[in-house]
Design a protein around this ligand. Structure first.
Ligand code: LMR
Length: 331
């Protein structure tokens, strides 16, 4: 039997050991996403983890969950707000429940290319959008590129009339639904992880996505034609909750901000190249024909789809649309 004094000492000692162990526990950042690892977002997430491992060892641990293995795109926002994950990089097309202004990025034929998207995102108006969900406890850390979207179906789509009567899978975006209505087709909202099945079983006839997502989800196996329309963009906002980010010790937050900036540069540098490589992979698979549009054909799609802007102008804000359009001009 231990004497009371020894008992008290042993108890104090084990408590202080416990406290030390607790203090040494690293902060865990779960980063969940829905795409493959060899994609712009997948590589960006891995780079974020690598830099944290190198620079904040023992202080912060990043766990990356790709391919909807932890949460699908229907659950990831809720998981973030509940604190079950700490970072996600959500498609800009999936925020309309939280902010109407980010719908801007879905407007068809708004940006000429990814360089224009980049100029807008880095502009004061673009940076302001990162903070447009603060009242909902969501804070934008950065924009990450994927790239320009292409159309696909099992029939060649050269002119907008070719899409008539077809059902296209869309991300959860009212703008994208309207975009397909504008060509007398239907936009069917569907989570990312079931798109392949949706196309395979004929629940939907076609879709729109970047080459990177198209190839990594094996959509070429179930789509005979891709129309190189470059009609819109698919980019991401890297987000966390304001509560979590503000709760971090200042020195750790400062380092994480730097790491976010570096991972962003890396992910964005990879994006264009990965999309080009995956375009080539689609060609090599010989399952799918890539249709290049003539300027006249592309203009026909633009003429049909662009009126969608008017429907969303009020919600998004005409000045924001003008600022985005201005980013197409380099000077
Ligand atoms: C999609 O649902 O098609 C994309 O948002 C998936 C992604 O995160 O790239």
């Amino acid at each position: 039997m231990l004497k009371p004094l020894w008992k008290a000492l042993a108890c104090t000692l084990s408590l202080s050991l416990f406290a030390t162990a607790m203090a040494a526990e690293p902060i865990v950042i779960k980063f969940s996403h829905v795409v493959g690892e060899q994609t712009p977002k997948g590589l960006g997430a891995m780079m974020f983890k690598k830099l944290v491992d190198e620079r904040l060892p023992g202080k912060v641990r990043v766990e990356v969950y790709p391919n909807s293995t932890l949460y699908g795109d229907d659950k990831e926002m809720e998981a973030l707000l509940l604190g079950d994950v700490q970072i996600i990089a959500r498609s800009l097309a999936k925020f309309d429940q939280y902010t109407k202004s980010v719908q801007l990025f879905d407007l068809p034929f708004l940006f000429d290319d990814i360089a224009a998207v980049d100029r807008f995102q880095q502009s004061p108006a673009g940076q302001k959008l990162l903070k447009s969900m603060e009242s909902k406890n969501v804070t934008g850390l950065a924009y990450w590129h994927n790239g320009m979207k292409q159309l696909s179906a099992n029939k060649p789509l050269r002119m907008p009339e070719d899409a008539q009567g077809l059902t296209f899978r869309v991300q959860t975006s009212a703008v994208l639904e309207e975009q397909f209505k504008a060509v007398d087709a239907k936009g069917q909202k569907m989570i990312f992880s079931v798109v392949y099945q949706g196309l395979r079983t004929g629940l939907v006839d076609g879709t729109e996505n970047t080459y990177s997502n198209f190839y990594n989800q094996k959509l070429h196996e179930v789509q005979k034609y891709v129309t190189e329309s470059n009609h819109g963009i698919l980019d991401y906002m890297l987000i966390t909750t304001s509560d979590f980010w503000n709760s971090l010790p200042p020195d750790i937050r400062t380092e994480l901000d730097k790491i976010v900036a570096e991972s962003t540069i890396y992910a964005n540098q990879q994006a264009e190249q990965l999309n080009q490589e995956d375009r080539q992979h689609v060609l090599d698979a010989k399952t799918t024909e890539i249709i290049a549009l003539t300027p006249q054909e592309r203009a026909a799609w633009r003429d049909k789809m662009k009126p969608v802007w008017v429907k969303f102008e009020k919600e998004i804000g005409p000045d924001l649309i003008k600022a985005a359009e201005a980013s197409n001009k380099t000077q």
